[in-house]
Design a protein around this ligand. Structure first.
Ligand code: PLP
Length: 280
Protein backbone atom coordinates (compact mmCIF):
# COMPACT_ATOMS: atom_id res chain seq x y z
CA UNK A 1 0.00 0.00 0.00
CA UNK A 2 1.10 3.51 -0.81
CA UNK A 3 0.32 6.75 0.92
CA UNK A 4 0.88 10.26 -0.41
CA UNK A 5 2.57 12.76 1.91
CA UNK A 6 3.54 16.25 0.74
CA UNK A 7 4.67 15.38 -2.75
CA UNK A 8 5.91 11.83 -2.21
CA UNK A 9 4.34 8.41 -2.60
CA UNK A 10 5.67 6.22 0.19
CA UNK A 11 4.91 2.85 1.72
CA UNK A 12 1.91 3.21 3.96
CA UNK A 13 3.70 1.86 7.08
CA UNK A 14 6.49 4.38 6.65
CA UNK A 15 4.32 7.44 6.02
CA UNK A 16 4.36 10.07 8.78
CA UNK A 17 3.92 13.74 9.57
CA UNK A 18 5.65 16.01 12.08
CA UNK A 19 4.66 15.80 15.77
CA UNK A 20 3.98 19.55 15.78
CA UNK A 21 1.54 19.25 12.89
CA UNK A 22 -1.59 21.22 13.77
CA UNK A 23 -3.70 18.39 12.42
CA UNK A 24 -2.19 16.15 15.10
CA UNK A 25 -2.10 18.81 17.83
CA UNK A 26 -5.51 20.46 17.37
CA UNK A 27 -7.47 18.65 14.69
CA UNK A 28 -6.76 21.82 12.69
CA UNK A 29 -7.36 20.05 9.43
CA UNK A 30 -9.93 19.15 6.81
CA UNK A 31 -10.58 15.83 5.12
CA UNK A 32 -12.61 14.16 2.42
CA UNK A 33 -13.42 10.55 1.58
CA UNK A 34 -14.18 9.67 -2.03
CA UNK A 35 -15.66 6.33 -3.03
CA UNK A 36 -14.14 4.57 -6.02
CA UNK A 37 -16.62 2.21 -7.68
CA UNK A 38 -15.19 -0.24 -10.22
CA UNK A 39 -12.50 2.24 -11.19
CA UNK A 40 -14.76 5.33 -11.23
CA UNK A 41 -14.36 8.06 -8.66
CA UNK A 42 -17.87 8.88 -7.47
CA UNK A 43 -18.73 12.58 -7.25
CA UNK A 44 -15.07 13.59 -7.16
CA UNK A 45 -15.80 17.24 -7.98
CA UNK A 46 -18.52 17.70 -5.38
CA UNK A 47 -16.15 16.22 -2.77
CA UNK A 48 -13.35 18.58 -3.82
CA UNK A 49 -15.82 21.49 -3.85
CA UNK A 50 -16.78 20.62 -0.28
CA UNK A 51 -13.11 20.35 0.69
CA UNK A 52 -12.49 23.80 -0.74
CA UNK A 53 -15.46 25.14 1.20
CA UNK A 54 -14.38 23.46 4.47
CA UNK A 55 -10.87 24.86 4.06
CA UNK A 56 -12.30 28.30 3.29
CA UNK A 57 -14.41 28.22 6.46
CA UNK A 58 -11.24 27.77 8.55
CA UNK A 59 -9.29 30.37 6.58
CA UNK A 60 -7.34 28.07 4.29
CA UNK A 61 -7.11 27.57 0.56
CA UNK A 62 -6.81 24.44 -1.49
CA UNK A 63 -3.13 23.44 -1.25
CA UNK A 64 -2.84 22.98 -5.01
CA UNK A 65 -4.84 23.33 -8.21
CA UNK A 66 -7.87 21.12 -8.77
CA UNK A 67 -6.08 19.44 -11.67
CA UNK A 68 -3.02 18.62 -9.54
CA UNK A 69 -5.23 17.24 -6.78
CA UNK A 70 -7.04 15.00 -9.26
CA UNK A 71 -3.76 13.74 -10.69
CA UNK A 72 -2.55 12.68 -7.26
CA UNK A 73 -5.87 10.99 -6.48
CA UNK A 74 -5.64 9.12 -9.77
CA UNK A 75 -2.07 8.15 -9.06
CA UNK A 76 -3.07 6.85 -5.61
CA UNK A 77 -5.73 4.68 -7.25
CA UNK A 78 -3.21 3.36 -9.76
CA UNK A 79 -0.34 2.76 -7.34
CA UNK A 80 -2.62 0.96 -4.89
CA UNK A 81 -4.24 -1.03 -7.72
CA UNK A 82 -7.59 0.06 -6.33
CA UNK A 83 -10.75 -0.92 -8.22
CA UNK A 84 -13.36 -0.36 -5.54
CA UNK A 85 -12.60 1.39 -2.29
CA UNK A 86 -12.01 4.71 -0.62
CA UNK A 87 -9.54 7.49 -1.22
CA UNK A 88 -8.90 9.56 1.90
CA UNK A 89 -7.58 13.11 1.51
CA UNK A 90 -6.44 15.31 4.39
CA UNK A 91 -5.09 18.85 4.43
CA UNK A 92 -3.76 20.33 7.67
CA UNK A 93 -2.50 23.79 8.53
CA UNK A 94 1.00 22.29 8.71
CA UNK A 95 3.39 22.26 11.63
CA UNK A 96 4.47 25.21 13.76
CA UNK A 97 5.20 25.93 17.43
CA UNK A 98 2.28 24.68 19.48
CA UNK A 99 0.04 27.72 19.90
CA UNK A 100 -3.68 28.24 19.22
CA UNK A 101 -3.64 31.22 16.81
CA UNK A 102 -3.57 30.32 13.14
CA UNK A 103 0.01 30.98 11.95
CA UNK A 104 0.25 33.82 9.42
CA UNK A 105 2.37 31.77 7.09
CA UNK A 106 2.24 28.02 6.92
CA UNK A 107 2.95 25.13 4.63
CA UNK A 108 -0.06 22.82 4.53
CA UNK A 109 0.38 19.10 5.07
CA UNK A 110 -1.34 17.04 2.39
CA UNK A 111 -1.91 13.35 3.03
CA UNK A 112 -3.76 10.73 1.00
CA UNK A 113 -4.40 7.07 1.66
CA UNK A 114 -6.41 4.45 -0.21
CA UNK A 115 -8.30 1.42 1.02
CA UNK A 116 -10.08 -1.47 -0.64
CA UNK A 117 -13.83 -1.94 -0.07
CA UNK A 118 -16.45 -4.35 -1.33
CA UNK A 119 -18.62 -3.21 -4.24
CA UNK A 120 -21.93 -1.70 -3.08
CA UNK A 121 -24.49 -4.13 -4.41
CA UNK A 122 -28.05 -3.84 -3.10
CA UNK A 123 -28.97 -6.96 -5.08
CA UNK A 124 -27.23 -8.82 -2.28
CA UNK A 125 -28.99 -8.25 1.05
CA UNK A 126 -28.48 -4.72 2.38
CA UNK A 127 -26.75 -4.75 5.72
CA UNK A 128 -29.14 -3.30 8.28
CA UNK A 129 -27.88 -1.52 11.38
CA UNK A 130 -29.16 -0.78 14.87
CA UNK A 131 -28.60 2.70 16.24
CA UNK A 132 -28.58 4.18 19.72
CA UNK A 133 -29.63 7.77 20.33
CA UNK A 134 -27.08 9.89 22.15
CA UNK A 135 -26.81 13.59 22.91
CA UNK A 136 -24.99 15.47 20.15
CA UNK A 137 -21.98 16.83 22.04
CA UNK A 138 -20.09 18.10 18.97
CA UNK A 139 -19.24 21.71 18.23
CA UNK A 140 -21.43 24.26 16.40
CA UNK A 141 -19.85 23.91 12.94
CA UNK A 142 -20.53 20.33 11.94
CA UNK A 143 -20.88 21.53 8.33
CA UNK A 144 -17.08 21.75 8.23
CA UNK A 145 -15.48 18.37 7.59
CA UNK A 146 -12.66 18.59 10.13
CA UNK A 147 -10.59 15.75 11.58
CA UNK A 148 -11.58 16.95 15.03
CA UNK A 149 -13.65 13.81 15.49
CA UNK A 150 -13.38 12.85 19.15
CA UNK A 151 -17.02 13.58 19.95
CA UNK A 152 -18.11 11.39 17.03
CA UNK A 153 -15.70 8.59 17.98
CA UNK A 154 -16.81 8.86 21.63
CA UNK A 155 -20.49 8.65 20.65
CA UNK A 156 -19.91 5.72 18.33
CA UNK A 157 -18.02 3.87 21.09
CA UNK A 158 -20.92 4.35 23.52
CA UNK A 159 -23.23 2.83 20.91
CA UNK A 160 -20.88 -0.10 20.21
CA UNK A 161 -20.36 -0.81 23.91
CA UNK A 162 -24.15 -1.12 24.22
CA UNK A 163 -24.34 -3.58 21.34
CA UNK A 164 -25.44 -1.12 18.63
CA UNK A 165 -23.78 -0.42 15.28
CA UNK A 166 -23.83 3.37 15.39
CA UNK A 167 -25.24 6.37 17.24
CA UNK A 168 -27.84 8.86 16.06
CA UNK A 169 -26.95 12.14 17.65
CA UNK A 170 -29.74 14.31 19.00
CA UNK A 171 -29.65 18.09 19.46
CA UNK A 172 -30.85 20.13 22.46
CA UNK A 173 -34.38 20.36 20.99
CA UNK A 174 -34.66 16.61 20.63
CA UNK A 175 -34.11 16.45 16.87
CA UNK A 176 -31.77 13.97 15.25
CA UNK A 177 -28.78 15.67 13.68
CA UNK A 178 -27.03 12.74 11.96
CA UNK A 179 -25.12 9.50 12.47
CA UNK A 180 -21.51 9.66 13.64
CA UNK A 181 -20.27 9.42 10.04
CA UNK A 182 -23.41 9.48 7.92
CA UNK A 183 -26.64 11.36 7.29
CA UNK A 184 -29.90 10.12 8.82
CA UNK A 185 -33.14 9.59 6.91
CA UNK A 186 -36.64 8.33 7.58
CA UNK A 187 -39.52 7.27 5.36
CA UNK A 188 -42.76 8.46 6.92
CA UNK A 189 -45.96 6.41 7.08
CA UNK A 190 -47.16 8.48 4.10
CA UNK A 191 -44.09 7.38 2.13
CA UNK A 192 -42.35 10.75 2.28
CA UNK A 193 -38.56 10.95 2.68
CA UNK A 194 -37.23 13.13 5.45
CA UNK A 195 -33.67 14.20 6.14
CA UNK A 196 -32.48 17.18 8.14
CA UNK A 197 -31.79 20.35 6.21
CA UNK A 198 -28.13 21.17 5.71
CA UNK A 199 -27.25 23.81 8.28
CA UNK A 200 -24.34 24.19 10.70
CA UNK A 201 -25.52 21.16 12.69
CA UNK A 202 -24.75 18.50 10.09
CA UNK A 203 -22.30 17.68 7.36
CA UNK A 204 -24.07 18.15 4.03
CA UNK A 205 -23.32 14.68 2.68
CA UNK A 206 -22.42 14.36 -0.97
CA UNK A 207 -24.33 11.06 -0.94
CA UNK A 208 -27.24 12.84 0.75
CA UNK A 209 -27.33 15.48 -2.00
CA UNK A 210 -27.05 12.85 -4.71
CA UNK A 211 -29.89 10.77 -3.28
CA UNK A 212 -32.10 13.85 -2.90
CA UNK A 213 -31.56 14.48 -6.62
CA UNK A 214 -32.14 10.86 -7.65
CA UNK A 215 -35.26 10.50 -5.53
CA UNK A 216 -36.72 13.80 -6.79
CA UNK A 217 -36.13 12.65 -10.37
CA UNK A 218 -38.15 9.54 -9.54
CA UNK A 219 -40.96 11.75 -8.32
CA UNK A 220 -40.53 10.84 -4.68
CA UNK A 221 -41.53 13.42 -2.13
CA UNK A 222 -38.69 14.72 0.05
CA UNK A 223 -38.70 17.17 2.87
CA UNK A 224 -35.46 18.51 4.26
CA UNK A 225 -36.66 18.79 7.78
CA UNK A 226 -35.48 17.63 11.18
CA UNK A 227 -37.20 14.68 12.90
CA UNK A 228 -37.16 13.32 16.44
CA UNK A 229 -36.31 9.79 17.61
CA UNK A 230 -40.01 9.31 18.37
CA UNK A 231 -40.89 10.27 14.81
CA UNK A 232 -38.27 7.86 13.50
CA UNK A 233 -39.72 5.08 15.64
CA UNK A 234 -43.14 5.80 14.16
CA UNK A 235 -41.76 5.92 10.65
CA UNK A 236 -42.07 3.13 8.11
CA UNK A 237 -38.36 2.93 7.39
CA UNK A 238 -35.07 4.57 8.27
CA UNK A 239 -31.62 4.54 6.74
CA UNK A 240 -28.26 6.29 6.66
CA UNK A 241 -26.12 7.45 3.74
CA UNK A 242 -22.43 8.23 3.24
CA UNK A 243 -19.72 7.86 0.63
CA UNK A 244 -18.25 4.85 2.41
CA UNK A 245 -21.46 3.05 3.41
CA UNK A 246 -23.57 4.23 0.43
CA UNK A 247 -26.93 3.29 2.02
CA UNK A 248 -27.59 1.21 5.12
CA UNK A 249 -31.09 0.53 6.42
CA UNK A 250 -31.71 1.26 10.10
CA UNK A 251 -34.06 -1.38 11.48
CA UNK A 252 -33.75 -0.65 15.19
CA UNK A 253 -33.40 2.50 17.30
CA UNK A 254 -32.66 1.97 20.98
CA UNK A 255 -34.84 -0.94 22.09
CA UNK A 256 -37.52 -0.60 19.41
CA UNK A 257 -37.74 -1.73 15.81
CA UNK A 258 -38.41 0.70 12.97
CA UNK A 259 -41.50 -0.38 11.05
CA UNK A 260 -41.67 -4.17 11.12
CA UNK A 261 -37.92 -4.44 11.76
CA UNK A 262 -37.20 -5.59 8.22
CA UNK A 263 -35.34 -3.79 5.45
CA UNK A 264 -38.00 -1.61 3.82
CA UNK A 265 -39.11 -1.40 0.20
CA UNK A 266 -38.36 2.29 -0.23
CA UNK A 267 -34.89 1.97 1.31
CA UNK A 268 -34.22 -0.88 -1.11
CA UNK A 269 -35.54 1.13 -4.04
CA UNK A 270 -33.32 4.09 -3.18
CA UNK A 271 -30.33 1.81 -2.67
CA UNK A 272 -30.96 0.44 -6.17
CA UNK A 273 -31.29 3.96 -7.61
CA UNK A 274 -27.96 4.84 -6.05
CA UNK A 275 -26.35 1.61 -7.27
CA UNK A 276 -27.53 2.43 -10.82
CA UNK A 277 -26.02 5.90 -10.44
CA UNK A 278 -22.71 4.31 -9.33
CA UNK A 279 -22.71 2.20 -12.48
CA UNK A 280 -22.87 5.45 -14.47
N1 PLP B 1 -22.16 13.20 8.33
C1 PLP B 1 -20.96 13.01 8.90
C2 PLP B 1 -20.74 13.49 10.29
C3 PLP B 1 -19.94 12.37 8.17
O1 PLP B 1 -18.73 12.18 8.74
C4 PLP B 1 -20.20 11.92 6.86
C5 PLP B 1 -19.17 11.24 6.06
O2 PLP B 1 -18.11 10.93 6.51
C6 PLP B 1 -21.47 12.14 6.31
C7 PLP B 1 -22.42 12.80 7.08
C8 PLP B 1 -21.80 11.69 4.93
O3 PLP B 1 -21.18 12.50 3.97
P1 PLP B 1 -20.81 11.93 2.53
O4 PLP B 1 -22.09 11.39 1.95
O5 PLP B 1 -20.29 13.09 1.79
O6 PLP B 1 -19.80 10.84 2.74
Amino acid sequence: RYAYVNGSYIHHEEASVHIEDRGFQFGDSIYEVVYLHKGRLIDQDPHLDRMERSLGEIGMEMPMSRAAMKLIIQEMVRKNRLKTGLVYIQVTRGSSTRDFPFPKTYRPTVVMTARRMPVFDPKKALKAIKVKSVEDIRWGRCDIKTTQLLAAAFSKQIALDDGFDDAWMVDQEGFVTEGTSNNAWIVTKEGKLKTRKADHDILNGITRQCIIRLAKNKGMEISEEAFTIEEALNAKEAFVTSASACLKPVTQINDQTVGNGEVGLISSEIAQLYADFLEG
